[in-house]
Design a protein around this ligand. Structure first.
Ligand code: ADP
Ligand code: ZN
Ligand code: ZN
Length: 719
C-alpha cells in the first residue's frame, strides 16, 4: 500500500507537530496511534496536515488509524489553531482538550451503548424521592431515561436500587439515542413589548454579536427559546452555553418542554462514557440543540445557525488550568467563522462586553422590566458597626427575617464562606492554624471535625490542644455557612433550613437534590454561598440577606468592584421572583462606601460606566490587553529567577509593551509551590501576541530547572 506523510499533533505542551508515514487514505482530523519515544511506547495523535515531503529521513509508520471518519472538521481544526495562537497554547493540547476524555485515549469513536432505567410498574411507594423518580419515568419518552438524566435530576443510587428491588424499574443497556421529551409541551409565550423588540432586531441571517442586557427575571430565556425556534425552523442547529452551576434540571427541562427535539446536554457531572455518548450524538448529527457548560463550545455541530452564551459575565467560562481559554470569546470567534449570529445575555454583563456594545462593536439590546407582577427588589443597607450581632446578623436583619417567615415566605441568607469558621486560633498564645502547603488559613469544618485548606485540599482532624502551647482553648474565628446554619436552626426551630454550598452539593444527588428539598409552599430558610447566586429560580424567596457585604473589597484585583457588583446584583435577583415583592438587605461596616451608594442609585450599568472610565484612565482591560506569565517552583527564588531572566532578555530585545514584575502572587505559596507573576499590558493585541510568542520561545529554550511556567491571556484571576 502506498503511504503519505502525516503531520501529527500530540497531547503534550510541545509547539510542533511530528512527521509519520501513514496509509495514503488517511484524512486530516483523524486520530492515530503512533510509536513515540524509546522502547515500545505509543501515543494517540491527531493528523493536522498531510504533506509530500519531510525534512526528516527515516520516518516511522503510524501504527493504527483510530477513526473511520475524522473527529475534527476543517473548521474545528481552524478554530483550534486560532485558540493555540491567541492563548499561546500547544495545538496538540488544544485539540485534545476539545475531545471528550474517552477519545483522548485509543478508544473507538463508534457509537456505543449506555445504561437506561425503564419503568415496569408505577405503584405506590413509600419514599417521596422514589415516587418522584417513578413519576419522572412515567412522563418520559418510552417511560425510560438514561442514567445521566436520572442523575442530573438529583436521584441517588440508593433511590434507584430500592426501586429495582421492588421491581418498579429495571436497568437496560441500549444503543444510545438522544432523548426527546414527550411529556407536556410548553407553548411559547407571547413576547412582551421589550422582548418583541429584541426578537425583531436580531436577524438570524445576519452574522454579528449581540449583547442582551436583561435584569434578572426579565425573560431572557424566553428570548433565547424563540430565537432557537427560528433557528431550528430554518433547518439549523443551536448551541447554548450556560455557566457551570447554572445547568440544573430546571434549565434542561425548560428547553426540552419547548422543543420536542433531540437535545444533547454536556456538563461536568457526566461520566466519561456518558460524555462520549452525548458527543457522538452531536458528531453524528442526531441532535438539534446542544446545551452545555464551558467545553460544549467545542461540540462538533456541523450545521450551526445560532450561538447563545447565557450569563456571559460568569467566570466559569474561563478555563483556569490546562488550556486557558475563555469559552465566551471562543464562541464569538466560532460564530464569526461560521457567519452566524451570537447572543450574549446577562443581568450583569462583563465590562468587556459592555464596552464592545457601547462602542458599537456589538449590537445592544435590553430588557429593563421583570415579566408579570414581579418587581426589581430594592437594596437596603444595614449598618453593622453598632449592631448587636447574632450569628453575624443584626437585630434589624433578624426582625425582618422573622416577618417574612411569619408571612409564609422564604428567606435566603447569602454568605460566601463555607465550613464552620474561616480560621482557628488558640486563645492562650494566639497560634493560628495555617495550611502547611499554602499561604492560607485552615478552615474549621465542625461537622466532620476537620481542618481543611480550601486551596490545596489538605486536611487534618481538628487538634484537641494547641500544637504550640498545649492549651485546650482552640476557637473558630468568624462565620461560615455551617455555623450560620446551625445557629439559625436554633433561632428558627420550626423552619426548614437548606444549606447549599460546595460541601452539601458534593453529596449524592447534588444541587438538584438540595433544590428539591426547598418546600414548594410555606416558610423556609436557604443558606448558601455563591452557588445560590445563579440561575436557580426559587419563586417564594421574598427576602435576601447578604451577611457580609464587605467580603469582596479587600482584593487587590482591578476586577474586584465589577465582581462584587455582579454578585450582589445576581444575589438580589433571587428575591421576589414570584408573585410577591422582594427585599434585599446588605449588611456592611461601610454602608456609606461609594461602591454601595453608586450601585443602589445608578444600578449595575451606571456603576459599570464609572468603572470603565477608571479602567480607561489606568490603561487596564478592556482598553488595554492584559496577559500574565505565571511561574511556580519549590523555592521562591527559583520562580523569580526564571522571570527575571526573561525580563532581562526582553529588555535586550527592546520590548515595547509594559512589563511589570516579577511579583509574588497574592497567595505567594500554594500547594507547596511558590508563585511569581509577570504582567504584560499592551495597547495593541497583535503586539501583545507577538511578544508573548517571543517569551514562549525564550522560556522553551531556557533551563528553568524545577520551575514551571504558563501563559495566561486575558486572565480573570489577576493576583
Ligand atoms: P431571565 O432568564 O431573564 O432571568 P426568565 O426567562 O427565566 O428570565 O423569565 C422569568 C419568568 O418570566 C419565567 O417564569 C418565565 O416563564 C416568565 N416569562 C418570560 N417571558 C414571558 C412572557 N413574554 N410572558 C409571560 N411570562 C413570561
Ligand atoms: Zn496556644
Ligand atoms: Zn493548602
Amino acid at each position: 500500500m502506498t503511504s503519505t506523510i502525516a503531520e501529527i499533533s500530540i497531547n503534550r505542551p510541545l509547539f510542533q507537530s511530528f512527521d509519520y508515514l501513514a496509509p495514503s487514505d488517511v484524512q486530516v482530523g483523524q486520530r492515530v496511534v503512533i510509536p513515540y519515544g524509546r522502547g515500545n511506547q505509543t501515543l494517540v495523535g491527531v493528523i493536522t496536515g498531510l504533506v509530500d515531503e519531510s525534512k526528516f529521513s527515516r520516518l516511522k509508520h503510524v501504527q493504527q488509524v483510530l477513526d473511520p471518519e475524522p473527529v475534527f472538521s476543517t473548521q474545528q481544526l481552524a478554530l483550534a489553531r486560532w485558540i493555540a495562537n491567541y492563548y499561546q497554547q500547544a495545538l496538540g493540547e488544544v485539540l485534545f482538550a476539545m475531545l471528550p476524555n474517552r477519545l483522548r485515549q485509543d478508544n473507538s469513536s463508534e457509537p456505543n451503548q449506555s445504561t437506561y432505567l425503564k419503568l415496569c410498574q408505577h405503584e405506590n411507594v413509600p419514599g417521596s424521592k422514589q415516587k418522584r423518580l417513578l413519576d419522572l419515568l412515567a412522563e418520559s419518552d418510552g417511560q425510560q431515561l438514561s442514567m445521566s438524566e436520572v442523575r442530573l435530576n438529583g436521584f441517588t443510587t440508593q433511590t434507584i436500587n430500592s426501586l429495582i428491588k421492588r421491581a418498579c424499574i429495571e436497568r437496560l443497556k441500549l444503543d444510545d439515542e438522544p432523548s426527546v421529551w414527550h411529556g407536556e409541551q410548553q407553548e411559547k409565550l407571547t413576547p412582551s413589548r421589550e422582548q418583541a423588540t429584541v426578537l425583531n432586531d436580531i436577524k438570524l441571517e445576519q452574522p454579528g454579536c449581540h449583547l442582551l442586557y436583561g435584569v434578572t427575571g426579565s425573560g431572557k430565556t424566553e428570548v433565547y427559546l424563540q430565537l432557537i425556534e427560528r433557528c431550528l425552523a430554518a433547518g439549523k442547529q443551536a448551541l447554548v452555553l450556560i455557566p457551570e452551576i447554572g445547568l440544573t434540571p430546571q434549565t434542561v427541562r425548560r428547553f426540552q418542554q419547548r422543543f420536542a427535539r433531540p437535545i444533547a446536554v454536556l456538563h461536568s457531572g457526566l461520566s466519561d462514557s456518558e460524555r462520549l455518548n452525548q458527543w457522538l450524538f452531536v458528531k453524528h448529527n442526531k441532535v438539534d440543540i446542544v446545551l452545555g457548560t464551558r467545553s460544549a463550545v467545542f461540540a462538533p455541530l456541523a450545521n450551526l445557525g445560532l450561538v447563545i452564551v447565557d450569563e456571559e459575565h460568569d467566570t466559569s467560562y474561563k478555563q483556569q488550568d490546562g488550556i486557558r481559554y475563555q469559552a465566551r470569546d471562543v464562541a464569538i470567534k466560532r460564530a464569526f467563522d461560521d457567519g452566524i449570529p451570537v447572543l450574549l445575555g446577562s443581568a450583569t454583563p462583563s465590562l468587556e462586553s459592555l464596552n464592545n456594545a457601547w462602542s458599537g462593536k456589538f449590537h445592544w439590546h435590553q430588557l429593563t422590566e421583570r415579566t408579570g407582577r414581579a418587581q426589581i427588589p430594592n437594596i437596603e443597607m444595614v449598618d453593622m458597626r453598632h449592631a448587636q450581632l447574632t450569628a453575624g446578623l443584626a437585630e434589624r436583619t433578624l426582625k425582618r427575617m422573622q416577618q417574612h417567615l411569619a408571612d409564609g415566605n422564604q428567606v435566603m441568607v447569602f454568605l460566601n464562606r463555607r465550613g464552620w469558621a474561616p480560621s482557628v486560633m488558640c486563645q492562650s498564645c494566639g497560634w493560628l492554624a495555617d495550611c502547611p502547603n499554602c499561604d492560607a488559613r485552615l478552615v474549621l469544618h465542625q461537622h466532620s471535625s476537620q481542618l481543611k485548606c480550601h486551596h490545596c485540599g489538605w486536611q487534618h482532624p481538628k487538634p484537641q490542644h494547641c500544637p504550640s502551647c498545649q492549651s485546650p482553648e482552640l476557637v473558630g474565628l468568624g462565620l461560615g455557612t455551617e455555623k450560620q446554619t446551625d445557629i439559625l436552626e436554633q433561632q428558627f426551630a420550626n423552619t426548614p433550613i437548606i444549606r447549599i454550598d460546595r460541601d452539601t452539593a458534593n453529596q449524592p444527588g447534588g444541587i438538584a437534590k438540595l433544590l428539591a428539598d426547598v418546600p414548594e409552599k410555606g416558610p423556609a430558610l436557604i443558606v448558601g454561598t455563591q452557588m445560590l447566586a445563579k440561575g436557580h429560580h426559587i419563586p417564594n424567596i421574598t427576602l435576601v440577606v447578604v451577611t457580609d457585604g464587605d467580603a469582596g473589597f479587600w482584593g487587590v484585583d482591578y476586577r474586584a468592584s465589577e465582581r462584587m457588583a455582579q454578585l450582589l446584583t445576581q444575589v438580589a435577583g433571587r428575591s421576589g421572583r414570584g408573585e410577591r415583592h422582594g427585599e434585599v438587605l446588605v449588611q456592611s461596616r461601610y454602608p456609606e462606601h461609594p461602591f454601595f451608594s453608586q450601585l443602589i442609585n445608578f444600578g449595575y450599568l451606571g456603576s459599570a460606566r464609572h468603572w470603565l472610565n477608571e479602567r480607561q484612565q489606568a490603561l487596564l482591560p478592556p482598553y488595554h490587553s492584559h496577559a500574565i506569565i505565571r511561574c511556580d517552583a519549590p523555592h521562591d527564588w527559583q520562580a523569580a529567577q526564571v522571570l527575571r531572566q526573561l525580563v532581562a532578555q526582553l529588555t535586550e530585545a527592546q520590548v515595547n509593551i509594559r512589563v511589570l514584575g516579577p511579583v509574588p502572587a497574592t497567595m505567594a505559596k500554594r500547594a507547596k509551590l511558590y508563585r511569581q507573576l509577570l504582567h504584560f499590558h499592551a495597547e495593541s493585541r497583535s503586539e501583545l501576541n507577538r511578544w508573548l510568542r517571543y517569551c514562549r520561545t525564550l522560556l522553551q529554550n531556557m533551563d528553568t530547572k524545577q520551575a514551571s511556567w504558563r501563559i495566561d491571556v486575558d486572565p480573570i484571576d489577576v493576583g
